[in-house]
Design a protein around this ligand. Structure first.
Ligand code: AHR
Length: 507
């Protein structure tokens, strides 16, 4: 057992946590939409054919926002094929994923689904094979009240009130080799800026998300994009997937730890360009695709072309993946002054925390638990903890990468409704930590709960046969006035909620 210390000090408040960082993502691929969100054959389908248990799970988590309808899917998505009476909708080819798309779930259904859950939609535009005019017609269809062709078309489809979609994303991963009609850096920068400009011309209150270049190599792409459209953008999108392809736990944990640095690099770049161009406005980060993704890669390479809703990207997550997800959530909380949207990719079945079977039953995967904990308790303001912990270095010889000083204890705190919630990951595979926790600058600690996600086997996963194999346990904590000690198990995710004696409105 090693020793660690965590200090939670009121002076280290980072800022407000935007609940939108706990969003999700619905893409037309695999069984995310068909058999996942929408399954009229399921025993738990509602009157719209939506899986009621999936809705309930996300309602319970207070899902704030959902990105739709892609992803890569948007590159050949023609929104006009996804509206109107279902009997008249056309079955199309989803080229990016090589799937058959019946369009029985489209824009109207997505909006209905979001309203049932109580969340907003972030609409991702096809700006690579659709024209700017096509996209303006989509905006008119969605947001114009009435009296124009497209707004009246929406009304004739049974939606009297406008959808009022506020968040619009300028395409998806435009510099990925897999993009249909791949644009150059300058082309993307121009089309994205002009689309954003026209959308703001329609309604200055809309929130626009531009795409950054992929990974750290996309730096130059991002720079060009920002220079061209800075004044129209509110967010810059970032995508990050973690993987343990080398099957090496310390490396996996170390790799996840670099997310905060990547967020910093992106925001420095935004600010540098903003300053160069003379803008006061700061662009925020929309981490609108993030998760662990690698388990399904081999199986996916064998999926034949041209099928409907195949078992694609169906990662089955284990205990160590839950830690990686927990670390990514903590990175967003720590950087909450700049990360204002986050969308876990994806909502159900496709690299998702929830999994459904043919009947519509819902399985909670290991990664669901840190996601739910953060969604429900990582609210209010964030506090950067001072952590004293042993650390390790790791050399990834395969990729010529070096990770230095990776602390075994990773932690952040949120303060919301008179409750301090401390999130902790123990990145040590085999050693527990005796953790001394001190709280400074708040009211006295009254009582607390410790929720722990742990399984001896880092590869343990949930299944329909054994759904609770990786699931949390809860313990009571009796703190002294402002301190207590806690044993943090090896490779565990922990959430400690501490009620304060009196209400302390700290802002
Ligand atoms: O989420 C799966 C895919 O990952 C998305 O379609 C794409 O944007 C990303 O590459």
């Amino acid at each position: 057992m090693y020793k660690a210390k965590i200090l939670i000090d009121k002076v280290n408040i980072v800022g407000d946590i935007d609940p939108n960082i706990y969003g999700s993502f619905i893409e037309h691929t695999g069984k995310c939409v068909y058999d996942g969100v929408y399954n009229p054959e399921a025993k738990n389908a509602d009157e719209n054919g939506f899986n009621k248990d999936v809705i309930e799970a996300y309602k319970e988590m207070k899902l704030p926002i959902v990105r739709y309808p892609g992803g890569s899917y948007v590159a050949t998505w023609d929104w006009r094929e996804s509206i109107g009476p279902k009997s008249e909708r056309k079955t199309m080819y989803n080229l990016p994923w090589h799937e058959i798309e019946p369009n029985t779930f489209g824009i109207g259904e997505a909006v209905k689904w979001a309203r049932k859950v109580g969340c907003e939609i972030m609409m991702c535009l096809n700006i690579s094979t659709m024209s700017l005019l096509d996209n303006l017609r989509l905006l008119e269809y969605c947001n114009f009240p009435k009296g124009t062709y497209y707004s009246d078309l929406r009304r004739s489809h049974g939606y009297e009130e406008p959808f009022n979609i506020k968040y619009w994303s300028m395409g998806n991963e435009p510099d990925g080799w897999w993009q249909i009609n791949l644009e150059t850096e300058d082309e993307y920068a121009r089309i994205s800026a002009e689309t954003a400009k026209a959308f703001k011309f329609f309604d200055p209150e809309l929130k626009i998300i531009a795409c950054s270049g992929l990974g750290d190599k996309g730096y130059k792409w991002t720079k060009t994009t920002l220079k061209k459209g800075y004044k129209h953008y509110d967010f810059i999108s970032m995508h990050r997937y973690m993987a343990n392809k080398q099957n090496c736990f310390p490396l996996y944990m170390a790799k996840t730890s670099v997310l905060s640095g990547a967020i910093d690099r992106l925001t420095y770049l935004c600010d540098e360009i903003g300053q160069e161009l003379g803008f006061d406005k700061r662009i925020m980060v929309s981490l609108d695709e993030w998760n662990v993704w690698y388990h399904s890669l081999e199986a996916d390479s064998k999926i034949p072309y041209h099928c409907f809703a195949p078992h694609r990207l169906e990662d089955i997550y284990n205990m160590e993946d839950a830690l990686s997800v927990g670390e990514m959530l903590m990175a967003m909380i720590k950087k909450c002054d700049r990360v204002k949207i986050g969308c876990m990719a994806q909502l159900v079945n496709v690299i998702a925390p929830l999994f459904t079977n043919k009947d519509g039953d819902v399985l909670k995967q290991s990664i669901y638990y840190p996601y739910r904990d953060a969604c429900l308790y990582g609210r209010g303001v964030a506090i950067n903890n001072i952590v004293e912990s042993p650390a390790y270095d790791f050399e990834d010889k395969d990729n010529d990468d070096k990770y230095e000083n990776v602390a075994y204890i990773d932690s952040v705190t949120s303060f919301y409704q008179n409750t301090l919630t401390i999130f902790i990951v123990n990145r040590s595979e085999n050693e527990a930590a005796e953790c001394e926790i001190n709280v400074k600058g708040f009211e006295k600690l009254a009582y607390g709960k410790h929720k722990e996600l742990y399984h001896d086997d880092i590869k343990a996963e949930n299944s329909f046969e054994n759904p609770d194999k990786v699931s949390p346990k809860e313990y009571e904590i009796t703190p002294d006035e402002d301190a207590f000690k806690l044993n943090i198990k090896p490779h565990s995710w922990n959430m400690i909620s501490l009620k304060l004696e009196e209400s302390g409105n700290i802002l």
